[in-house]
Design a protein around this ligand. Structure first.
Ligand code: HPA
Length: 234
């Protein structure tokens, strides 16, 4: 039965779904990394595919930009399609000086300026945390591959174009590694529906040094991160 935002049938999605923001990246992942990929949804051009990786079923679906968008797709996957594990593969802007472009950030937890998790929790904070087994498995693979990887807290912001503010100084002094726009929403959905979630992020820009990857460099580091996500079986 199709849902409002996904036109697949029951059984079309694997229990494990990789989620990039951009639907064309979902297509790229399916065609480049999955065996026998088939398209299972395209509502609003938010492309989704299912195939196999090393003989096991895996799906990939774009989640769009921002917490409301990722929350819609993640919720429909777990509520209506039997999905049990959601892994976001995305980009982020680094805050700390010891983090370089192309480094990988594994989001152990996320703070946010969004109200979604307070809405879920009667006005109080809900800890937005990664699934421990996925987190541990991902860190093990990343270290075995000698990737430059940081594990810690990220900040999910509703505004990409935020007004000038001392907030970044404060977040950095509180140990936040990087800023992006979806993880707190994804982890909130996972808490609500008792599924597993993890976010793996490539540093595409540095918010303190005004550095950014070129589009070629983004593509190469994206592939490294997808390989890491696919090898994470926690
Ligand atoms: N802000 C929010 N999201 C991002 C950024 C950023 O600077 N870089 C990559 N994703």
């Amino acid at each position: 039965m199709p849902t409002p935002h996904i036109s697949a049938q029951p059984g079309d999605f694997a229990e494990r779904v990789l989620m990039p923001g951009d639907p064309l990246r979902a297509k790229f992942i399916a065609e480049r990394f999955l065996e026998r990929p088939r398209q299972v949804t395209a509502v609003r051009n938010m492309l989704g595919f299912t195939g196999e990786f090393r003989g096991k079923p895996v799906s990939v679906l774009g989640h769009g930009m921002g917490i409301p968008s990722v929350s819609i797709y993640a919720t429909e996957l777990v509520k209506f399609y039997g999905v049990r594990s959601l892994v976001r593969v995305g980009s982020c802007g680094a805050l700390r000086p010891d983090i370089a472009l192309r480094d990988v950030i594994i989001a152990q937890a996320a703070g946010t300026d969004s109200n979604v998790n307070r809405t879920r929790c009667h006005g109080y904070d809900l800890p937005a945390v990664a699934d421990f087994d996925l987190l541990r498995a991902c860190v093990d693979v990343a270290r075995a591959r000698a990737l430059r990887v940081h594990v810690g807290t990220v900040w999910s912001s509703d505004l990409f174009y935020a007004p000038p503010s001392p907030l970044f100084d404060r977040l950095e002094s509180l140990g936040v590694l990087a800023v992006e726009m979806e993880v707190a929403g994804l982890y909130g959905v996972a808490a609500e529906y008792h599924c597993r979630a993890l976010a793996i992020l490539t540093v595409s820009d540095h918010l303190r040094r005004e550095e950014a990857l070129s589009s070629d460099e983004r593509e190469r580091s994206f592939e490294t991160m997808v390989e890491l996500a696919l090898a994470t079986e926690g």
